[in-house]
Design a protein around this ligand. Structure first.
Ligand SMILES: [Zn+2]
Length: 267
């Protein structure tokens, strides 16, 4: 079985001492390719450096380059220049993580919208897919995306946690949907059980969002308490169960979908 984890925060400090071991455990669990998430120009440069360090042949590790809505107030002409440079490098496969987060509002909303629009324009110009973050901001995200959608090759709403209305609107815009271990959370993720059935196979991808979102269904729970790409199997099993598919079927379909979206090589 081959799995692709489309959202790994491998630059995160909690991975720092053990990156090699995390990557080996992921391989052993069938996670054969990963897309590392870049959340700022610096972080995206660090993600690119990790791709080169741990996968010099460029077949297993890839990354995105973007500015997260939490950091959006730092957007500048320099951010745009650095992201553009990064997107010229082979392992960098998408613009993002970018988007809107009206749940935490770490950056003012006008700054979030400006950084998002600049990154969408860059993706349109370069013909690259987009890795989107949205929390409690689906209406605004949809309104902004509609202006760019015709010129964007593809976009994924990563870590989808919303309601049916937002999901249908995203699918109407022909977006992809990323599902994380949020669906394994009996306190806040059970509404996703019936929604994952509504996502077409060629629009559904899986992600750990490690080191965040440790699947609460995971047994035994790891001592270090962080999520890892190796635990993507728990997400696979939960999503497959609610879609009425076998884990093998869902793995094959979501892997084919991710490979097409990020243009990853066959292994
Ligand atoms: Zn995110």
């Amino acid at each position: 079985m081959q799995l692709i984890d489309i959202g790994v925060n491998l630059t995160h400090a909690s991975f720092a001492r053990e990156r090699e071991a995390f990557l080996q455990r992921a391989q052993a669990a069938g996670v054969c390719q990963m897309v590392l998430t870049g959340t700022s120009p610096e972080d995206s440069e660090a993600a690119l450096a990790l791709c080169r360090e741990f996968d010099p042949e460029g077949r297993r590790l890839f990354c995105t380059a973007g500015l997260h809505p939490h950091e959006a107030s730092q957007w500048s002409a320099d951010s745009a220049r650095r992201l553009r440079d990064l997107l010229g490098e082979a392992p960098v496969r998408a613009v993002g993580e970018c988007g809107l987060d009206f749940n935490r509002d770490f950056s003012p909303r006008p700054a979030q919208e400006r950084a998002l629009e600049e990154q969408l324009a860059l993706a349109c110009e370069l013909g690259r897919p987009v890795f989107l973050h949205e929390r409690e901001a689906s209406e605004r995200l949809l309104a902004i995306l509609r202006h760019y959608r015709d010129r964007l090759p593809a976009a994924v709403v990563h870590c989808f946690t919303g309601e049916k209305r937002a999901l249908y609107a995203y699918l109407d815009l022909d977006l992809h949907i990323g599902i994380t271990g949020w669906i394994c959370d009996e306190r806040r993720g059970t509404h996703l059980h019936e929604l994952v059935r509504e996502i077409p196979s060629d629009r559904l991808m899986l992600e750990s969002d490690a080191p965040y979102l440790l699947p609460r269904t995971l047994r035994p729970r790891p001592k270090h308490g962080h999520n890892e790409p190796a635990f993507l199997l728990a997400v696979l099993e939960e999503v497959a169960r609610h879609r009425g598919e076998t884990p093998e079927q869902l793995a094959a379909r979501s892997t084919a979908c991710a490979r097409a979206f990020f243009e990853l090589p066959q292994l």
